[in-house]
Design a protein around this ligand. Structure first.
Ligand SMILES: Nc1nc2c(ncn2[C@@H]2O[C@H](COP(=O)(O)OP(=O)(O)OP(=O)(O)O)[C@@H](O)[C@H]2O)c(=O)[nH]1
Length: 422
């Protein structure tokens, strides 16, 4: 939500569609916060020992400067004898058959692509051009689905950076996050709605209620609504509530909004004909303009979906500056990245109970970032699990997060994570 607000302020123009005015419960804050540890019962040194702190300067982490040393282009390491044999097989000169020719040229292209360095043309493709306001097109897209359906993973894949924590547990989307994809003259803003669910496992009731209400109230405000569900789960353990959601959203076509149904996680479905059975089940719903079979995590089918969305964009000036990643957004990303690592490494229900705060954010003279975050646990036992033996768990979380932040922000990052008791 903070990211959302921060990005909105970039635009001097008032937003035409008021997007989701509802108050979202904030699980964590992106603003550096006052350390109120003075108000909490103080810990003895042994309880709050140095192993509860991860400090990236204590580890041998490569720096941007060490990375940027000129790289000598690597020569292929294959044995030339085998290479010429492979060439021979691929060419199949003695059998000029159409299919063989197609396969061999495809295989050759793949080989070439695998060994060649990115060309200057590809670099240029990534460069964004200034698009005049009168030429701009825009689209707002909401993604709705049951918890764990893969909304965050799909958003991340399409936007291309970490905007929402993805995890194995449900209800990880604790606030609405805006992802912006700008390609050519078109800008698409994605709204990753918090899960609509009838089960409140893993999150307190009050929070749960706010989330459900806010998700429903935002549904009608988007130009396009993606209704997403986990098709693998649907085939193995169909959930009546998910079927209810799909049917409800597709019951009748919306006067303005276009709705599409996305069957996600197709990579997990072994028998592909099972997908057709599911498609058949929902094919008569008049509310959906298109059906897509996708894997938001692996990317299959996402290109078609993205193209469909690009085609829906209308002449409207962009809401967001495509060139700027504001500090506010960076702060949120730093929290999301750490949270994602946390969810990956701590398999108990702990991540939902801890408070996650950004305590300090500084851009240093050399351009690097110093980021300090605190993980505050309600129980000592939880703090111990998070810290791990001699600090190995928090160390691992910190190392991985530091590395990822460095690659997202393209600068050196000095990350400090402190685990402490409430
Ligand atoms: N194999 C596979 N796993 C996926 C796919 N999409 C998402 N996942 C996994 O499913 C889990 C849930 O994904 P999320 O993107 O966090 O789901 P969500 O709908 O945002 O979840 P909530 O925040 O709880 O509403 C994660 O472990 C993802 O890695 C997919 O296409 N294939």
């Amino acid at each position: 939500m903070k990211a959302l607000r921060a990005l909105r302020t970039l635009s001097s123009k008032p937003r035409k569609t008021p997007l989701n005015p509802t108050f979202f419960h904030r699980f964590y804050a992106a603003q550096p916060q006052e350390d109120d540890s003075s108000h909490t019962p103080s810990l003895s040194d042994s309880e709050n020992g140095s192993d509860s702190v991860f400090d990236s300067t204590h580890y041998d982490i490569p720096t941007i400067s060490s990375d940027s040393k000129p790289k000598i282009p690597q020569k292929p390491t294959w044995n030339t004898k085998y290479r010429s044999k492979a060439d021979e097989l691929i060419d199949q000169k003695k059998k000029p058959d159409d299919l063989i020719f197609k396969n061999s040229s495809l295989a050759k292209k793949l080989l070439e692509a695998a060994v060649c360095l990115p060309s200057d043309d590809e670099d240029e493709e990534d460069e964004e051009e200034v698009v005049k306001e009168e030429d701009q097109k825009a689209l707002s897209v909401g993604i709705i689905g049951a918890p764990n359906a893969g909304k965050s993973a799909l958003t991340n894949y399409m936007v291309g950076t970490k905007v929402a924590a993805v995890s194995r547990k449900t209800n990880t989307t604790t606030h609405e996050v805006l992802g912006v994809m700008t390609k050519g003259d078109t800008q698409i803003c994605f709204f990753d709605t918090p899960g609509i669910t009838l089960s409140n496992r893993g999150c307190p009731y009050k929070d749960f209620k706010v989330r459900v209400e806010s998700a429903w109230s935002s549904v009608n405000l988007y130009d396009v609504l993606i209704v997403i569900f986990d098709v693998h789960r649907h085939l193995t353990r169909p959930d009546a509530r998910v079927i209810g959601l799909i049917k409800r959203m597709g019951a009748e076509s919306h006067p303005i909004q276009k709705r599409v149904l996305c069957m996600n996680k197709i990579d997990l479905v072994e028998k592909k004909k099972d997908l057709l059975t599911v498609a058949e089940q929902f094919k008569d719903l008049p509310g959906y303009e298109r059906h897509f079979m996708i894997s938001g995590l692996k990317g299959s089918g996402v290109k078609d979906l993205t193209q469909y969305l690009m085609d829906q964009a209308v002449k409207r000036s962009w809401e967001e500056d495509p060139f700027i990643m504001t500090e506010e957004v960076m702060k949120n990303i730093s929290l999301e990245v750490v949270r994602e690592r946390l969810l990956d490494h701590v398999h108990q229900e702990i991540p939902y109970g801890i408070e996650h705060r950004l305590m300090d954010w500084k851009e240093l003279r050399d351009g690097s970032l110093r980021i300090e975050q605190h993980l505050i646990t309600p129980k000592l036992s939880q703090r111990k699990i998070l810290v791990g033996k001699k600090g190995c768990k928090i160390g691992r979380i910190g190392m991985e997060a530091n590395e990822e932040l460095r690659s997202i922000f393209k600068r050196d990052v000095h990350l400090i994570l402190q685990v402490r008791l409430k």
